[in-house]
Design a protein around this ligand. Sequence first.
Ligand code: GAR
Length: 201
Amino acid sequence: ELKIGVLISGSGSNLQSILDACACGKIAGRVVCVISNKADAFGLERAKKAGIPALHLDHRAYSGREAYDEALVASLREFGVELVVLAGFMRIITQVLLDAFPMRVMNIHPALLPAFPGLHAQRQALDYGAKVAGCTVHFVDCGCDTGPIIIQAAVSVIEGDTEDTLSARIQKEEHRIYPEAIRLFSEGALKVDGRVVTVRA
Ligand code: GAR
């Protein structure tokens, strides 16, 4: 049973989809801790409701990104975490976390990478005039939203879309593909060869 640690900064709707997938046995694992850098992240309430340790680790209390990541690693290790899942965690992570969990950190990004990395991806897609948008689950490497892609899902951009309507359409897909990517990982079905991730049958 895979021990999953989830890092969040906000609502935690992706966290919820993962909790649900674990509860119904879809993922051969369980979430052993949820850590937020924001005290008021609603995702912390979701974790508590599910009886899962919910920690607030304030990045402002540390001297820099590395020092913060050392604290994250210490907490994740304490809970025996084997896979780190970034679910709306709005912090840039460092080599400190990556070295502690090599090819064991996943992220979800609300765009079809490599298009529109970084902040406000949905707004970037609208401003660019893209007709197709979507989301990407990927392993995290040292770049910003650059790691090996595990699953992507596309959605249409519809005339009159706002950032909110497009984000909602993308999130529906996020809630499907993130648990699916974690399920595949939990079954040892993901093979990474350089940039390319393949799924073993
Ligand atoms: C998700 O849409 C995720 O793709 C995005 O934050 C949202 C978190 O929602 N992540 C990023 O933008 C990362 N750069 P949630 O808290 O409801 O899961």
